[in-house]
Write a protein that binds this ligand. Sequence first.
Ligand code: MRU
Length: 320
Amino acid sequence: MRLASAADAARAIRTMQVRGAPLIGATAAYGLALALASDASDAGLEHARSLLLATRPTAVNLRWALDRVRAKVAPLAPTARAAAAWGEADAIAAEDVAANRALGEYGLRIIEALSARGPEPVQILTHCNAGALATLGWGTATAPIYLARAAGIPIHVWVSETRPRLQGARLTAWELREQGVPFTLIVDAAGAALMRQRRVDLVLVGADRVTRNGDVCNKVGTYEKALAARDNGIPMYAAAPSATFDWTLAAGEDVPIEERDAQEVLYPSSGEAIAPSDTAVANPAFDVTPGRLLAGLITERGVCAADPQALAALFPEQAR
Ligand code: MRU
């Protein structure tokens, strides 16, 4: 699809034609650049920024990218703003690819260590799509998986379908098939049972916002995976570039959780409603996993525990 205006970009983000925290951020950055090509005034800049910021509340990459582009162009003469904004959007896109590649290397070491235990494939469970389709390349949770595949390490991925929008079934399954990674699709509720049966060695997920204390906000259903992983002694990591860290928030309960339309639940695909159309529905799109349940965070700077001290050590410039 082709986006030709900030309104196009905003619609694509809101309707999830583009989704996934890093891709949402980059799309918004390009949306702002498109807007400045037609109205580069201060009012034009603020209007476009507000339009894009209002699309979805949870993935912090959206605000991060918009603020970064605004900081770049605000000091400039209006005539120079559109080109500068486009350049900044390009930089955001390129940095995302590099960050995912880098965190992939750190995640690969975790898979290698598990693989050293024996010839069996390393059994990895993932939830939602934190893949190349959610980023500008490599994905976050998928980057270690693709590098392990390239290194010839035997792996198998359990793909949680991820109701209600089925990002796992529709996107992650597609990506893994394209990349020749062995995988099996499961319903969301099957993950915990597989963990209890010792059929999962590692859980890898992405993130939409990581707070200063190491809490991770990600697709709804991630928290219950973390509870099952902890109960069964299975390491679970959230992979995220630093653009997904919100240093302004102390803890996960401060993250705004998007509530999406009931239609997404009632009509999983364009077919029949799964319940009477007047059924009351709650559709929180994300949940928060306390850092204490995670084995760690995989970032482009390395792996650290999901706690404030470890994060401050890895990101000293953010320490307070
Ligand atoms: O509602 P979505 O599809 O935008 O949710 C996406 C997720 O929760 C991803 O796991 C997260 O954004 C990381 S994408 C690298």
